[in-house]
Design a protein around this ligand. Structure first.
Ligand code: PMP
Length: 361
């Protein structure tokens, strides 16, 4: 067993201070904790996908630029010719690349909180200062004046705005987003991981602000297992960031599978539609419970607060009934007594509501 002293001599204190990103064991459970698309591909689509993989040269390195994938993503999102794309092994990797690029001594990363935990996690690990500006307590909206004050005080190299935000599910007010972009001395990354469920995007606004970058992912659309995220922005930023990308970060099976999947637009759109219907159903079902406060969501999950009961206890009781959701209560602060449920299939949503009602009866 390696002694603690040896670890401390060798590894940076920032690394030793981190807690690993926790992924719950979901075996045997209805999995509503990770914002995945619950619908598998129909049999014939799976067959066609496997056919498309036949003959893939796994003995060769993949196309380092994933050119075909880039081209199809451009078409899929209608990305302007004047902008460039950086592909990542999930958008997680893009956050890491971005923060590695700005990790000068004393540099600051800023985001409203609560938000996606990897912004803070990766910033901390790289020795960057992370400043979280609390969202408004009643509706998780941006506290615009507080954000502008923090920008002026800390002069952040990067600001992250998850749009819609995870774990709160809301879209930030465009009035404040515009003011933040105008006031920012560095980059503003609008993280549209949940874009497919929001129908609102900053992609068309990219050419208006050179410091604006839009980050998207195919994970929530239904391809979480393939790991493909993309960052879009002015070529000058993307060229520099591309130097930090490890060669061949998008493997050959992912490249081929994404090319196939982006050819299945009608299927992907119909799955998004079902998820949106599920969201409406779940929102109503949760709103009908007197001991639940539901927050409106523009994403593929709903965050809610339980009143007069213990959130961790509810989480545990759901698990005992075979339903796994995310317990946000341990994070504390604005997330006290909050839980987050991913929209599942019609049956999964019903099973969740039934189990939730049983928790208190
Ligand atoms: N951004 C946000 C806001 C997220 O919630 C997530 C995943 N939970 C990600 C980025 C990372 O997505 P991925 O790495 O799967 O592309």
């Amino acid at each position: 067993m390696v002694a603690r002293g040896a670890l401390e001599r060798l590894f940076r204190p920032e690394v030793l201070a981190l807690s690993a990103y926790h992924v719950a064991d979901a075996r045997g459970l209805i999995k509503l904790d990770a914002m995945e698309n619950p619908y598998p591909w129909p049999e014939e689509v799976q067959e066609a996908w496997l056919d498309s993989l036949r003959g893939t040269p796994v003995n060769r390195y993949p196309d380092p630029q994933a050119g075909e994938v880039q081209q199809l993503l451009r078409q899929y999102d209608g990305i302007d010719e004047s902008m460039e794309l950086l592909l990542g092994n999930g958008s997680d990797e893009l956050i890491q690349i971005l923060l590695m690029a700005v990790a000068r001594p004393g540099a600051t990363v800023l985001a409203p909180e609560p938000t996606f935990v990897m912004y803070r996690q990766i910033a901390n690990c790289l020795g960057l200062r992370f400043v979280g500006v609390p969202l408004r307590a009643d509706d998780f909206a941006l506290d615009g004046p507080a954000m502008l004050d923090a920008i002026s005080q800390y002069q952040p190299a990067v600001i992250f705005l998850a749009y819609p935000n995870n774990p709160t599910g809301n879209l930030f007010d465009s009035h404040w987003v515009r003011q933040i972009v105008a006031a920012a001395p560095g980059l503003v990354v609008v993280d549209e991981a949940y874009g497919p469920f929001a129908r609102s995007s900053y992609l068309p606004g990219l050419h208006e602000h050179e410091g604006l970058l839009v980050m998207r992912t195919l994970s929530k659309l239904g391809l979480a297992g393939l790991r493909l995220g993309y960052l879009v922005g002015d070529p000058a930023w993307i060229h520099e960031l591309d130097k930090l990308r490890l060669p061949y970060n998008i493997n050959v099976l992912t490249q081929r599978s994404v090319v196939f999947a982006l050819g299945q637009q009608a299927l992907l759109a119909s799955q998004v539609q079902r998820i949106l219907e599920g969201r409406t159903w779940l929102h109503e079902a949760l709103s009908a419970l007197s001991w639940v406060q539901v927050f409106t969501s523009a994403a593929n999950f709903i965050t809610f607060r339980v009143l007069g009961v213990d959130a961790s206890d509810i989480h545990q009781r759901l698990r005992q009934q075979g339903v796994l959701i995310k317990n946000l209560h341990p994070a504390g602060g604005l997330l006290a007594h909050c839980l987050r449920v991913t929209i599942g299939t019609e049956q999964e949503n019903q099973a969740f509501i039934l189990a939730l009602k049983r928790c208190v009866s």
